[in-house]
Design a protein. Structure first.
Length: 365
């Protein structure tokens, strides 16, 4: 639905779930800057942070609603009240380590929550006039992960949209299930859905349980830099801004019913990434006690730790003309610099709950 704001501007509306999290907030900021009105539904669990959206305060193109995607009545209300042209689902529990400690929490949000969201959206969409633009132009995009495909060996070809699902962690199993439900709602009910599967994201405003912000912030405090196993596990690193641009391109130009894999073409081992962060900090914030690399400590490997992920982006590149803009080394340096320059944001997210999780996950390894 198009919305006329107080300045007489004609805008389309997007319902974004999980829009206060790391990737979701980046997408919300981008969509608002493009002229969309965004209805932002977020439960504000530990990693949801309204500070990520501070620049939108007072902006009538951003409507924040605190709530759960599993609340069928709330989602129904938002659809009827705001009549979004698009729904983009970022809402998810997303950290593998946490899924190992509490698998059921991931089922509740990633599987049952997604199912409730799909049902509410499907019933609202089905109630629209079938000949209307609102019905015909509507799209539901589900944001997922490459972890649903399992693990690769060093010489294996990268994941594609045709790779069979083989999830190995409770997190990836929950996301694989949600992907299947999205596809089922398209095939069974005709809900116009698209799915994206991305590689590891990095960039500003990432909650510091993930590798890059965890290492950066630990290093600044001269604390241990924990690296699982020997640090040989490989990930394909994708800048969050590149990811969000790809998501929007799929949403607006992609083929309904299709899946698109999104990667950064930047395969790095964990120890390479950690050492690269240390090198950036040595340059930007040298310490009298010596180089940051001396803080690295190898810890007991994670249970079921997938060795390698990599994505072949041929489909989205050939069909939609997308490719990542960020070079990993430059993007990493910009990311580390952002954490150095945004100490207030860092202090706000490093709550007692965060410290408790660090102790629970790493003590005794």
């Amino acid at each position: 639905m198009r919305y006329i704001n107080k300045n007489g501007e004609n805008m389309k509306t997007i319902l974004v779930t999980g829009g206060a999290g790391f990737i979701g907030s980046c997408y919300v900021l981008m969509a608002v800057a493009m002229g969309y009105r965004v209805i932002n539904l977020d439960k504000l669990t530990y990693s949801g942070n309204l500070d990520n959206l501070a620049s939108l305060k007072g902006n009538d193109r951003h409507v924040f609603v605190r709530g759960d995607i599993g609340n069928y009545e709330l989602v129904q209300y938002l659809c009827k009240e705001y009549a979004p042209q698009y729904v983009v689902n970022f809402a998810a529990e997303s950290h593998v380590d946490r899924s190992i400690l509490d698998p059921e929490a991931f089922v509740r949000t990633n599987v049952l929550g997604t199912c409730a969201l799909l049902r509410a959206v499907k019933e609202w969409h089905a109630s629209l006039d079938k000949e209307s633009a609102a019905y015909k132009d509507f799209r539901f995009l589900h944001v997922s992960t490459d972890e649903v495909f399992g693990a690769l060996k060093p010489a294996d070809p990268a994941f594609t949209e045709k790779t069979a699902f083989a999830p190995n962690s409770p997190y990836s199993a929950s996301k694989a299930s949600s992907d299947h439900f999205v596809r089922a709602y398209h095939e069974t009910y005709g809900l116009p859905c698209l799915i994206t599967n991305c590689s590891n994201n990095y960039g500003p405003r990432q909650f510091p349980e993930k590798l890059i912000p965890l290492v950066t912030l630990n290093a600044l405090k001269r604390e241990t830099l924990p690296v699982y196993g020997k640090g040989e596990n490989i990930r394909d690193w994708l800048h969050v801004e590149d990811h969000c641009e790809a998501i929007h391109l799929v949403l607006t130009k992609g083929t309904v019913g299709e899946t698109y894999c999104i990667g950064g073409n930047s395969e790095k081992s964990n120890i390479e990434v950690v050492k690269a962060i240390c090198a950036v900090l040595d340059e930007l914030r040298p310490h009298e006690d010596g180089k940051y690399e001396t803080l690295i400590q190898f810890v007991t490997d994670r249970l079921g730790h997938d060795f390698r992920y990599a994505i072949d982006c041929s489909k989205i590149r050939n069909e939609l003309g997308w490719k990542p803009k960020h070079n990993f080394q430059e993007g990493l340096a910009e990311t580390v610099k952002w954490y150095l320059e945004n100490s207030a944001w860092v202090e706000n997210v490093q709550s007692g709950e965060y410290r408790h999780w660090l102790e629970k996950n790493y003590t005794g390894r």
